[in-house]
Ligand binder design. Structure first.
Ligand SMILES: Cc1cc2nc3c(=O)[nH]c(=O)nc-3n(C[C@H](O)[C@H](O)[C@H](O)COP(=O)(O)OP(=O)(O)OC[C@H]3O[C@@H](n4cnc5c(N)ncnc54)[C@H](O)[C@@H]3O)c2cc1C
Length: 322
């Protein structure tokens, strides 16, 4: 059954960005509604150990961290809604959004925190080894591979940056690329080629993630030469897939400005998008840092920006009425 829900602030996404925005907005008295989407809790629900979120001396679990964030958001007055937004009209205010449930959301301000998903190779063995040696984030997981042999798969800026970052933990990093040259910026390539701890395997693609041991863990990768078809094995304990991310911005196509990679554009130093009253935070507008703590930080900014924008609108409306 369709119905209409009105709110001063609608937040799309229930990862660290959306939940932090909700905590700040609720504490500002805005009674926000969070639409959770098809991945309640966001990307952190797909991982186990988190060791870099401030405030916790011991390793914590990703799903637990977002559960706590959600409980905090609800405790201060956020309403969580189990729905996924499938249509958006930002051409008029208040903004109108439609959920898969048939509900229409009418919102004075909108905070977009829909995140970005890492691209994977799509191999069943890669899926099986996620969290057991296969990762898409060196900053998140590199520390767990201290002193171990690791590989990075990809040829763009992210792959080269991940390989360079991993040399903080490993003296044996191999970059695997399916072509004979990298797409990364020249300055990054120069640093990569000059590093004694990094080898490059050209013209090879990964065809299998190899498991072994008890408990089961990654022991190697099967590689295939893209020119001859010949296969070989590379012994590694960690494999970082760095072939890009996919920001969840299709919903806003033709309405909000995005950059060349599809990330929402915001004004420098703020979370303001190209439409007044619409704010973006977290991985959907950040292709550089992509961390839980930076998502939470920009979530806080979005709530504060939105609260100030609403106050300005209300002040202007009062003045116009006088
Ligand atoms: C395996 C893995 C391990 C990681 N480990 C760490 C770590 O150790 N430390 C760290 O700091 N970071 C880590 N990260 C990165 C971190 O998870 C992200 O940076 C962070 O989750 C981004 O938060 P976000 O709120 O911007 O987006 P996300 O967490 O991606 O959340 C996006 C939300 O938007 C919702 N959504 C999407 N589309 C719609 C829609 N149309 N309607 C409604 N809702 C929608 C989704 O359901 C989801 O709730 C890891 C990431 C992965 C994948």
């Amino acid at each position: 059954m369709s119905n209409t829900v009105s709110t001063r602030m609608l937040i799309l996404g229930s990862g660290p960005a959306g939940l932090t925005a909700a905590i700040y907005a609720a504490r500002a008295g805005l009674s926000p509604i969070v639409v959770q989407g098809i991945q309640p809790g966001g990307q952190l629900t797909t991982t186990t150990d988190v060791e870099n979120y401030p405030g916790f001396r011991e390793v914590i679990q990703g799903p637990w961290l977002v559960e706590e964030m959600q409980a905090q958001a609800e405790h201060v007055g956020t309403k969580m809604v189990w729905d996924h937004i499938s249509a958006v009209d930002l051409k008029q205010r208040p903004f109108r959004l439609t959920g898969d449930s048939g509900t229409t959301y009418v919102a004075d301000t909108l905070v977009i925190a829909t995140g970005a998903q890492a691209k994977w190779l799509g191999l069943p063995s890669e899926e099986h080894m996620k969290g057991k040696g296969a990762s898409a984030c060196a900053t998140c997981d590199g520390f767990f591979y201290r002193g171990k042999k690791v590989a990075v798969i990809g040829g763009g800026n992210t792959a080269v940056e991940e390989a360079l970052y991993l040399t903080n933990h490993s003296h044996d990093v191999t970059l695997i690329h399916r072509r004979d040259s990298l797409r990364a910026e020249k300055i990054l390539q120069d640093r990569l080629f000059a590093h004694p701890g990094i080898k490059v395997i050209w013209n090879h693609k990964v065809t299998e993630f190899l498991a072994g041991g008890t408990p089961e863990a990654l022991v190697g990768l099967e590689l295939q030469d893209t020119r001859t078809g010949a296969t070989r094995t590379l012994d590694v304990e960690g494999a970082f897939v760095a072939i890009g991310h996919h920001p969840a911005t299709e919903l806003f196509t033709g309405q909000l400005e995005v950059d060349d990679d599809g990330y929402l554009k915001v004004e420098t130093g703020s979370t303001r998008t190209s439409i007044p009253g619409v704010f973006a935070c977290g991985d959907v507008m950040d292709k550089i840092y992509r961390q839980a703590v930076t998502a939470a930080g920009t979530g806080c900014m979005a709530a504060l920006d939105a609260e100030r924008w609403l106050a300005e609108q209300e002040f202007e409306a009062l003045q116009a009425a006088e």
